[in-house]
Design a protein around this ligand. Structure first.
Ligand SMILES: C[S@@+](CC[C@H](N)C(=O)[O-])C[C@H]1O[C@@H](n2cnc3c(N)ncnc32)[C@H](O)[C@@H]1O
Length: 231
């Protein structure tokens, strides 16, 4: 992350040495700042809320009364956004390795859990029984190493385990929406998703930082556990 002070320094050096620095750095900073400031002003715990908001506005993912599981939910901005739409008549469960600290209504369930170890019984014990969920969200990010091949593999593992959970949890016509770092291995995995859903599409919301390999994949219209087993 570039501190504003450092950015000013880079600008100063560029001007004094008559060199051009990458305009992308400055524009990304403005974008980050814009979404970060907006989140603070609107009381959201993270700027990533605007990624979900953009996807939801475009694809109408969340509806009042929906039952939603949010994987990798800390600090909780996606839960804050979702709670406003689906509660009080719906259901919202957020899970993360870390504590979910955002201010949320009491009805929103929060649990510290590792998705790589989660079992259907763990979800059922929390009220997320098989075939009862409209939307599974996953914004999980691995602890990045900076080694692209490792980070991509870890991101894919989280997505695959999220899919294992989604296959069990989703109702027919439900949706699995997840973040992934794009890679050839991901493209291969996507082929196994396609038979289980009516539509699988990739999106890059405006709040994604420039240069980021993140993509948001929307798997819409779950066909049911039988088709998912085939995939
Ligand atoms: C980008 S943050 C999610 C931000 C969240 N969507 C929000 O709006 O506040 C990614 C999260 O994935 C979580 N995560 C990474 N590996 C995980 C795992 N194995 N099980 C559960 N959560 C995990 C991290 O702890 C981190 O909080």
């Amino acid at each position: 992350m570039i501190h504003p002070r450092d950015l000013r320094r880079i600008g100063h050096i560029a001007r004094s040495r008559r060199i051009h620095y990458n305009a992308g750095v400055g524009s990304d900073f403005k974008k980050r700042d814009r979404f970060g400031e907006k989140a603070k002003g609107e009381g959201f715990s993270a700027r990533s809320v605007y990624k979900l908001e953009e996807l939801d506005k475009k694809y109408h993912l969340l509806k009042p009364g929906h039952r939603v599981v949010d994987i990798g939910a800390s600090p909780g901005s996606w839960m804050q956004y979702t709670a406003k739409i689906v509660l009080p008549s719906g259901y919202l469960l957020g899970l993360d390795l870390n504590e979910i600290t955002a201010p949320l209504p009491q009805a929103a369930l929060r649990v510290q859990m590792d998705i790589l170890r989660a079992k259907p019984e763990d979800f059922a014990a929390l009220g997320a029984t098989p075939g009862s969920i409209d939307v599974v969200l996953s914004d999980t990010s691995p602890a990045t190493t900076g080694i692209k091949v490792t980070d991509r593999a870890r991101s894919l593992e989280l997505v695959q385990m999220g899919y294992e959970a989604a296959k069990v949890l989703l109702k027919k016509r439900g949706a699995y929406v997840f973040k992934v770092f794009v890679s050839n291995d991901y493209q291969a995995f996507e082929k196994t998703l396609k038979p289980a859903f009516e539509r699988v599409l990739a999106q890059r919301p405006d709040a994604v930082r420039s240069g980021s390999e993140e993509r948001y994949i929307l798997c819409l219209g779950f066909k049911g556990a039988a088709d998912a087993r085939g995939g």
